[in-house]
Design a protein around this ligand. Structure first.
Ligand code: 26V
Length: 814
């Protein structure tokens, strides 16, 4: 590896000025903040490019197994600070800009974060590419360069309104378009079967196509001189397509066709739980995986390697089912385009793919109607049918003619409409199937994919999620990072288990004091950010109680809100003295899928409760609800370091893992949580004394479900719960109008799919334990420090090492 590169402050300042003049065409005096941001980004980028070129050359020289991470989403967050940290340029840049009288913070705030993901799944992909680069694994992340990422959320009268996220309009300094590496991607048409000297072969005669142009984003490893690639594809209309129509004289039709093709990478679908079966979404999926598979095969062939080498040189990790159409695509390329026999092609495919499942909710499992799939990708449908036939033969061989089992396991579902079950296809084709936390993987084996785990027990494994310590501790929490580094050195940034060395400091009173001072400073910073951003503020000296994640009923934001309403009702009814209320700010951040009506009503209700509670003088400012709009990665980086309490309160058995839970623990928040997802592992590591557990465990949930859950019984039995729900129903938060939140109340009383009412009493009791614990600040801080010291396991570096050992069987480049 090349030696570490260095640059002086003066040289850096000069490089910055050069970029300002050459790229933006302005002098420093005349530049806008955005000009200066772009010039700085280009300067930082230059330093990464040299590393990138060396790294690509090294990877080419020593061909080894390369990891291809296929993900429809990457929720990257801002790039500037990450680049500065990785290349160790933060001090140089800040010194250089100081010398020019330029404010670095102002430039930082210019960057519009690339929000090319919905939530946990997309953010995990972003953490994983960071860790792959930091560990030095030869790898490429493949995805889509959406022109519009996740919508910008605003509130109008407390209700969510979505606005387009035009993140590209002020320039995109981090991306390198590579038009020379474009691929042509086809759709529609029909298949033909023909005789090729005695061998029956198939070919696809598509109806239309589109160009996939790659844009490369640099993924710098942390101070290791490595830079990997994130290759995101953008759709561009093909010339041939336009010309044909132009020549026919129909100008308008030609423009329409162009728009149609370019729509493919226009916008990220903002649904993250209920697949809508939209044709454009299938187009997006096929578009990016076909381009990626071709990209890999082109490189292999250009290096003069035979296609049979593929399993030694490439593994494709399927991030949920969104990229699964890559399986029939690879088989199609091998058989139809390279004349490989079916058995050989299938044997290669089976070794090249592995599948990560990220959900347990049956409605989130993707299925594609055969009609639609056959219309868009006729040859792929034939291949899927053949995979299914052979698979069902194997099932019969193992289990006999058990018709029910065969129907249950078929990749093709017959009801309600004939459809392809993408999770089953991924499970049959993948060499490995993993869940994202111990409990989740267990439930996949025992429930969701039970029949498959009986047939292929060796395929099933677990890789517990992780988060990158660079972004979520080192960058987001400079105060705590400094404190940790002072105590144990800075080795923890790339080796997070070393946080264990902090344990003894939990018993050091002066360390606890400094820890408390950092937390207090982080709260002040958050307060300043929220004042400026949203015109709201968190209570002075309050316990900061945070629930930030997508709005979904299974995550149970309603449960948190019922606790707020219970506290409020206690005071206004006179049953609780306001002086007995432990001062708290309940901070929510959540986007609802635009079509998810109940989620939107819950957002409205949170805001409505906030405006009543925050202005009622009887509360004396001891209870606040703060709900900044448009929670995103940038805001997360401010909120998480300031939190005292992390709300991880999903119904047990529903949250696959959670990753926010890990970020909070690492930043010294205590968790109030159910036995769900990775909470289970967090609690095991930090210890019961430093975690507020409540609620039913998964087997109890299952038992209550099969006994017949009746939420009304819980309402009747608990006076506190009754008062809270009655207060909402009375119109107290809707100006006396009972109708506004009636659907929320009805849903809780009559349906309550996620058993909010059943866990209410236990949750309130746990919150009382929180209040009591918080009263002893010294003890609380000790617990918080132990949370930091004991959660180093949740580094995404560890997750990636687990993938390398258990799934990819690949190694870092020396
Ligand atoms: C699902 C779907 C369904 C089809 C429509 C579009 C769409 C888009 C995204 C998704 C993914 C939902 C699954 C998801 O985000 N799972 C989350 O994954 C996190 C990382 O593993 C995990 O921590 C969360 O518990 C899990 O909810």
């Amino acid at each position: 590896m090349t030696e570490t590169r260095t640059v002086s402050t003066t040289d850096f300042a000069q490089q910055f000025l050069d970029h300002l003049v050459r790229d933006l065409g302005v002098s420093l005096a005349e530049s806008s903040a955005n000009d200066r941001y772009l010039a700085l980004a280009h300067t930082v980028r230059d330093h990464l490019i040299a590393r990138w070129i060396d790294d690509q050359a090294a990877q080419h020289e020593t061909p080894s197994k390369t990891v291809h991470y296929l993900s429809a989403e990457y929720l990257l967050g801002r790039q500037l600070d990450n680049g500065l940290l990785a290349a160790d340029l933060a001090e140089t840049a800040s010194g250089a800009l100081d010398s020019l009288g330029v404010d670095l913070d102002e430039l930082r705030s210019q960057e519009v974060e690339p929000g090319l993901g919905n939530g946990g799944l997309g953010r995990l992909a972003a953490c994983f590419v960071d860790s792959l680069a930091t560990i030095g694994v030869p790898s490429i992340g493949y995805g889509i360069r959406y022109e519009y990422g996740i919508f910008r959320q605003t509130f109008i009268e407390g209700q969510q309104v979505e606005q387009p996220d035009s993140w590209l309009t002020l320039g995109s300094p981090w991306d390198f378009p590579r038009p020379e590496l474009a691929q042509t991607i086809s759709f529609g048409g029909a298949t033909e079967h023909y005789d090729d000297e005695g061998v029956r072969r198939s070919r696809w005669i598509p109806a239309w196509n589109v160009r996939a142009v790659p844009h490369d984003f640099l993924v710098p490893g942390y101070r290791n001189e490595r830079v990997n690639t994130l290759r995101l594809w953008s759709a561009v209309a093909t010339q041939a397509f336009d010309l044909r129509i132009f020549n026919s004289g129909d100008y308008e039709e030609a423009v329409r066709a162009q728009t149609y093709a370019e729509n493919i990478s226009k916008v990220l679908y903002p649904e993250d739980s209920t697949p809508q079966g939209k044709e454009l979404r299938l187009q997006q999926q096929y578009f990016f995986v076909a381009a990626s598979v071709h990209d890999v095969i082109d490189r292999l062939l250009a290096d003069g390697r035979p296609l049979s080498d593929l399993p030694h040189l490439a593994i494709f990790q399927l991030n949920d089912t969104h990229p699964v159409i890559a399986v029939p695509e690879l088989i199609r390329v091998l058989t139809d385009e390279h004349a490989m026999e079916w058995d050989a092609a299938w044997a290669i495919a089976r070794r090249c793919f592995a599948y990560t499942c990220h959900t347990l909710l049956p409605e989130a499992l993707e299925v594609w109607p055969v009609d639609l799939l056959g219309r868009l990708l006729p040859r792929h449908l034939e291949i899927i049918y053949r995979i299914n036939e052979e698979f069902l033969d194997a099932v019969r061989e193992q289990f006999g003619d058990d018709e029910l089992r065969i129907r249950n396991m078929s990749i093709i579902a017959e009801h309600p409409v004939r459809s392809v079950r993408m999770a089953y296809l991924a499970t049959v084709a993948g060499s490995r199937v993993n869940g994202v936390a111990e409990l989740h993987s267990q439930l996949l084996r025992d429930k969701v994919l039970h029949d498959f785990s009986e047939l292929f027990p060796e395929k099933f494994t677990n890789v517990t999620n992780g988060v990158t310590p660079r972004r979520f501790l080192r960058l987001a929490n400079p105060g705590l990072s400094g404190l940790i580094t002072e105590a144990i050195g800075d080795g923890w940034v790339a080796d997070l288990e070393r946080l264990r060395e902090l344990e003894p400091y939990a018993d050091d009173a002066s360390f606890r004091e400094r820890f408390a001072a950092v937390k207090a400073a982080n709260k002040r910073t958050l307060d300043a950010v929220l004042r400026e951003r949203d015109g709201v503020h968190v209570g002075d000296g309050h316990l900061i109680d945070v629930m930030v994640k997508r709005l979904h009923e299974y995550k149970r934001q309603m449960l948190k809100l019922l606790h707020v309403v219970t506290t409020y009702e206690g005071v206004i009814s006179g049953r609780v003295a306001v002086s007995d209320v432990v001062p708290r700010t309940a901070l929510f951040g959540a986007k609802a899928a635009p079509g998810y009506a109940m989620a939107k009503r819950i957002i409205h209700l949170i805001n409505a409760v906030g405006s009543v509670v925050n202005t009622d003088p009887r509360l004396e400012g001891r209870l606040k609800v703060v709900f900044p709009a448009n929670y995103n990665v940038t805001l997360a980086e401010r909120v998480i370091p300031a939190a005292d309490l992390s709300e991880q309160i999903s119904l047990a058995g529903k949250e696959a893992s959670g990753t926010g839970n890990m970020k909070f623990a690492l930043n010294g928040a205590l968790t109030i949580g159910t036995d769900d997802g990775a909470n289970v592992e967090i609690r095991e590591l930090v210890g019961d004394d430093h975690f507020f557990l409540f609620g039913m465990a998964e087997p109890e949930v299952a038992a209550l479900e099969s006994a017949g859950y009746r939420p009304g019984d819980f309402y009747q039995a608990d006076a506190g719960l009754r008062r809270a729900i009655d207060l909402i129903a009375s119109g107290a938060f809707s100006g006396g109008d009972r109708s506004v939140f009636e659907p929320v109340v009805s849903n809780l009383l009559y349906e309550d799919r996620f058993m909010v009412l059943a866990d209410y009493a236990s949750y309130i009791a746990a919150q009382e334990r929180v209040d009591a614990a918080y009263a002893d600040q010294d003890r609380w801080n000790r617990s918080a420090i132990l949370n930091v010291a004991r959660t180093g396991y949740f580094s995404s570096d560890r997750s990636i090492r687990d993938y390398l050992d258990r799934i990819w069987h690949a190694e870092p480049l020396a």
